[in-house]
Each structure stands twice: as structure tokens, then as C-alpha cells.
Design a protein around this ligand. Structure first.
Ligand code: NAG
Ligand code: NAG
Ligand code: NAG
Ligand code: NAG
Ligand code: NAG
Ligand code: ZN
Length: 402
């Protein structure tokens, strides 16, 4: 029997948020406010780091797009966020995770040349269980590479960007939900596209603040890259904490994925097919629309086991056009086409908000202690991988089921 704390929280007052921010950027985040209510996984430290706002602690958030909203964040690339300016609570949570030996003490990689893979010091095997670098195709238990048989999990990296508006237009026509792995510093420059993606019900997920090779980054740099991106998503969605991150270049290892999971509760998502669509608009182009079409045709008419997680980008209208061209092929070949939350998140895009129907849920900052969950809660996901990120110290299976 599943036990956890259940709260009957008052619904977040939509009107109160909006009356405080009546101006150009007072977009309607209300559409995705708690439905039916919030939940928090009770014992993951992330919930101390990103407390939800009104009505529980009286917090309101600056209007997305306003100067007050963007001002507190670090600059974008090339430099990673200054580690001397990290919130003390994040650093304390990292140190706590290190103290309980949850963060592997392994060497950083260095990137040797543009376009090359980062390398570890000689004597360190990137495919050893200690390091297990995704760049070297080593898969860590609990990280997601494949979709369930028969499913295509749709996700788009690097937004908000020049292709975001056309992508959202198409998705609206198709009534299709997807996952956006967003670059935190990009959100500052395209707040409207960010909110449009959020308001239409897509999963907003983390793609770091400045898009580095993460295995080259120190523990504190990893903390800043993830933490600031979570922070801007949290403060721009009424307090939501994203569930997923994707490492830029697919570059993650046992250390970086542990920081993501242990400090921030994030599940690492890689992919099992790569369009190289990011290179369409390079000069000279790295790939072409025809090449992507041929790859898509091959993947989508091939075996349905495992299912597909295809690396795609919302960088330009051209990269989006390659997706638009492939979408009918996905459908006509009988794939179930879903977002990652639908695939491995039991339909909830965020760690602390049940953004779809279902019984709700858990202990949170109010400190309620116990109750019995409804047995009608769904307990499986299409892939069976939904609970893959669970830790010894969390009752993730329950939360993930909601
Ligand atoms: C987590 O699960 C364990 C074992 O089922 C249980 O003893 C514990 O009370 C649970 N913790 C919370 C916070 O629900
Ligand atoms: C996030 O919102 C809270 C509540 O308004 C505020 O205290 C905090 O400074 C914000 N953080 C940033 C980085 O803007
Ligand atoms: C991309 O598409 C959007 C929306 O369809 C359009 O507004 C924009 O002008 C296009 N950008 C380019 C560079 O063509
Ligand atoms: C190292 O990787 C970063 C991206 O993480 C890239 O911007 C930079 O150019 C690379 N440096 C070298 C020397 O290749
Ligand atoms: C997620 O929602 C879809 C409908 O949007 C539903 O068919 C599916 O069963 C749901 N999955 C879970 C695990 O709740
Ligand atoms: Zn990227």
C-alpha cells in the first residue's frame, strides 16, 4: 500500500497572479495551473531549493519578460555561470550529496578540439562503470535512451530559438504535445515563445544555461548550469520544477547525471537516433533535408522495438521543417507519438505539479505527513521506465505514478 501525505490545497488563484501583472507580458500561465492540485515528492532535497510560491508562502513571481524577471540571472555563453555567485542552498545541497557519497569522484574530461569528443585523462576508461560517459555510448541505469516499443518520444533541443514559433504553430494544428529541452539563457531573449510552449501544455525541460560539454565542467559549474535553468523555469511557470534534462551533445557521465538527480531530482534523457538537423543551416551544411528524410524513413518504417527518441532541434525553420515532413510518416506507420512526460513521466511534466488528471498527492513545504493514495493512480508508463530515476532516499515510484 502506498502511503504519503495528501493535501487538500486551495487551488492557486489565477486572478490574483494576473491582477498583479497587468502589462504586455502578463501571459496566461493560468491555463496550466495546478490540475487538480500540486504535489511534491516529500523527501527529495530539490523541494527545499525551489519552493513553490503563492498561495503557500505568499510569494509572487516577476512577470515573464519584465526587467525585474530577467535581471537576477547570470550572463549567457560562453562562460558558465560564476560559481562564486551560486545560491548557498544549492552548494549546501551539493555538499550534502557529496558527503553521502552520492556524487562519484571521477576526473573531469577536457574537450580537445572543436567537434571532437571530450577525453578523460589517460588511464581513465570512459566506458568503465565508474565514469560511464554517454558520449562513449555507455548507458547508466535510470537514464533514458530508448522509447517504449511502438512509441516515438518527441523532443526538441536548444529553444527558445528561431524555429520555435513555426514548431508551435504546427503542433497546435496537430494537437501534439512535445518536450522542449530549453537553454536557460535563451529563455531570457524569447520569453513569449517560452510562454507559448508552456501554455500549450508542452513539457519544459532543462538543456543547461550555456550549453557546454557538461563532463568538462566542475561540480559547481554543473550546479550552476542546471540550477539557473531550473530557476528561470520555476520562476516563469508559477513555481514548477522540471523533471528532465538533456546534456548538450549528449555529454554526461556518472558524476554529472548524479548531480542532476541527487541535487535537483532531474532524470537524464539522451536519444537513440540523431538527425543532425542542427547542421542544416551551417555553411557548408552538415546535412540536408533529403538526408534527414531518408533517415526518418528508415527509422520509421523499421522495427518498433525499441521505440524511438530522435534528436531534433527547434533552432531554425529548416530544422522544424524536417520534423514537419517526418510527422505524417510517424503517424502513417502506426507509431504512438508522445512527449517525454507522456512516455516516461506518467503524463506529468514537472516534479511538483500534477499537470494532468489524477489523484493528488504528497507532503510538501506545508509539512503534512501522511495519507493513503488512491488506488486508481496509474502505476505504469508505456516504457516501464518511468521510475528509473528513483533513489534510495525517495519514494519516487509513487510520485512518478501521479
Ligand atoms: C517511503 O517508503 C518507505 C518504505 O515504503 C516508508 O517507510 C516511508 O515512510 C516512505 N517515506 C515517505 C516520506 O513517504
Ligand atoms: C524567483 O522568485 C522568487 C519569488 O518572487 C524570488 O524571491 C527570487 O528572487 C526569484 N529568483 C530569481 C533568480 O529571479
Ligand atoms: C520562421 O517561421 C516563423 C513562423 O512561421 C516566421 O514568423 C519567421 O519569419 C520564419 N523565419 C524565417 C527566418 O523565415
Ligand atoms: C569545447 O567545447 C565547447 C562546448 O562545450 C566549445 O564551445 C569549445 O569551442 C570547445 N573548445 C575546444 C578547444 O574545442
Ligand atoms: C497519459 O495521457 C494519455 C492521454 O493523453 C493516456 O492515453 C495515457 O494513458 C496516460 N498515461 C498515463 C501513464 O497516465
Ligand atoms: Zn543542444
Amino acid at each position: 500500500m502506498l502511503t504519503l501525505a495528501l493535501l487538500t490545497l486551495p487551488l492557486l488563484s489565477v486572478a490574483s497572479i494576473h491582477s498583479r501583472h497587468q502589462h504586455d507580458h502578463a501571459h496566461n500561465i493560468a491555463k496550466r495551473l495546478p490540475s487538480p492540485q500540486w504535489y511534491h515528492e516529500p523527501d527529495h532535497p530539490v523541494h527545499e531549493l525551489f519552493r513553490r510560491g503563492a498561495p503557500t508562502d505568499g510569494v509572487t513571481y516577476a512577470a515573464v519578460g519584465s526587467d525585474g524577471w530577467s535581471a537576477p540571472y547570470p550572463p549567457g555563453p560562453p562562460a558558465s555561470p560564476d560559481v562564486k555567485l551560486l545560491p548557498a542552498a544549492w552548494v549546501a545541497a551539493l555538499n550534502d550529496a557529496i558527503a553521502r557519497k552520492a556524487i562519484p569522484d571521477i576526473p573531469l574530461s577536457t574537450n580537445v578540439s572543436d567537434g571532437g569528443s571530450p577525453v578523460y585523462p589517460s588511464g581513465s576508461d570512459p566506458n568503465s562503470p565508474q565514469i560511464c560517459s554517454a558520449t562513449y555510448q555507455c548507458r547508466i541505469d535510470g537514464d533514458i535512451w530508448d522509447a517504449a516499443d511502438g512509441y516515438v518520444g518527441l523532443s526538441f533541443d536548444d529553444g527558445p530559438e528561431a524555429g520555435t514559433a513555426s514548431l508551435l504553430d504546427f503542433l497546435d494544428q496537430q494537437k501534439q504535445q512535445v518536450t522542449h529541452f530549453m537553454i536557460g539563457s535563451n529563455i531570457i531573449y524569447q520569453p513569449d515563445d517560452f510562454l507559448n510552449a508552456f501554455n500549450r501544455g508542452d513539457d519544459i525541460a532543462v538543456h543547461t544555461w550555456t550549453h557546454p560539454h557538461m563532463t568538462t565542467q566542475s561540480n559547481l559549474q554543473v550546479l550552476g548550469e542546471l540550477g539557473w535553468t531550473i530557476q528561470i523555469i520555476h520562476n516563469s511557470t508559477g513555481g514548477r520544477v522540471p523533471k528532465f534534462w538533456r546534456p548538450p551533445y549528449g555529454d554526461s557521465d556518472a558524476r554529472t547525471r548524479a548531480i542532476a538527480k541527487e541535487v535537483f531530482g532531474l532524470t537524464t534523457i539522451i536519444w537513440n537516433q540523431d538527425t543532425s538537423d542542427w547542421s542544416l543551416d551551417e555553411s557548408p551544411p552538415g546535412t540536408t533535408a533529403d538526408k534527414i528524410k531518408a533517415s526518418m524513413q528508415q527509422w520509421l518504417t523499421g522495427p518498433k522495438s525499441p521505440g524511438l527518441i530522435i534528436l531534433e532541434h527547434e533552432l531554425t525553420n529548416d530544422s522544424v521543417a524536417s520534423f514537419v515532413a517526418a510527422y505524417p510518416v510517424m503517424k502513417s506507420n502506426g507509431w504512438n507519438v508522445v512527449s517525454l512526460a507522456q512516455l516516461v513521466g506518467n503524463n506529468a511534466s514537472y516534479q511538483n505539479s500534477a499537470s494532468n488528471s489524477g489523484p493528488v498527492i504528497a507532503a510538501d513545504v506545508l509539512g503534512a505527513k501522511s495519507i493513503v493514495a488512491s488506488s486508481s493512480a496509474p502505476t505504469t508508463s508505456p516504457s516501464g521506465a518511468a521510475n528509473s530515476g528513483s533513489n534510495a532516499n525517495s519514494n519516487n515510484s509513487l510520485v512518478s505514478a501521479l
